[in-house]
Design a protein around this ligand. Structure first.
Ligand code: ADP
Ligand code: MG
Length: 226
């Protein structure tokens, strides 16, 4: 059994009488510890697929099993618990809070869950160390480079203890050298046991993954080990 199992997933966006099909009959099984790159033309459904996997959006039809649990009819409370603890997102433009320090950005999602300040601090510092930026803890996002910002976003995902990290074009705003460094970090996290699913437009970036899924017009066109 995979950690993520999609069966006949369909997604349509409706706005009045206009229906936009985004995903058509997606069957997908992702095992714990997998490292998956998703490629496909703009508008092919990549973000929609990642958002459904990440419980940020719900399918119009089909079944989604996360760790064997059927989420198709799960409550928002259940979905939000999985989103916070089991699955974390990394975005192209980092999604950091500019007024907060690097430390605080990583700490924010933990505040509700871990009431002990000392325990939180330990988790944040350990995550910053994992991504190699412990010395930047006190800096603001405006004082660090784009690659360092992405490391903060990845530290935030690591600190919350998620076993699945989803990344929507995480190197899309980085130069190619920095992009490769970030991919090396994803590789290291994968080697340490994290399941990673990322979207990219770049074949070289995709080559860091173990599996490449190509999407076309809301369908899986190709799915191969690489
Ligand atoms: N919130 C939305 N409302 C309406 N249509 C949407 C919405 N999000 C995406 N779509 C449409 O769904 C299709 C797939 O989009 P998306 O998943 O963003 O593709 P990709 O990430 O591959 O560029 C596109 O036709 C897009 O226009
Ligand atoms: Mg997209």
């Amino acid at each position: 059994m995979g950690i993520i199992e999609l069966q006949h997933i369909k997604k349509e966006y409706r706005s009045g009488a206009i229906v936009t099909p985004a995903l058509t009959d997606i069957d997908l099984n992702i095992e714990k510890g997998d490292f998956v790159a998703i490629m496909g033309a703009s508008g092919s459904g990549k973000t929609t697929l990642l958002n459904i996997i990440g419980c940020m959006d719900t399918p119009t039809d089909g079944t989604y099993l996360f760790n064997g649990q059927d989420l198709s009819c799960a409550s928002e409370t259940t979905l939000s618990a999985i989103r916070g603890k089991r699955i974390a997102f990394v975005f192209q433009h980092f999604a950091l809070i500019d007024d907060y320090s690097v430390f605080e950005n990583v700490e924010v999602p933990l505040i509700k869950r871990i009431t002990s300040k000392t325990e939180r601090k330990k988790k944040v510092l350990s995550a910053l160390q994992t991504v190699g930026i412990a010395e930047l803890a006190k800096k603001k996002p405006t004082q660090i480079s784009a690659g360092q910002k992405q490391r903060v976003a990845i530290a935030r995902a690591v600190a919350c203890g998620a076993d699945v990290i989803l990344a929507d074009e995480p190197t899309g705003a980085l130069d190619s050298t920095t992009g490769k460094e970030i991919m090396q970090l994803f590789s290291d996290l994968n080697a340490a046991g994290k399941t990673i699913i990322l979207i990219t437009h770049d074949k070289q970036i995709a080559s860091y993954a173990k599996r490449l899924i190509t999407i076309q017009d809301g369908r899986i066109l190709n799915d191969e080990q690489i």
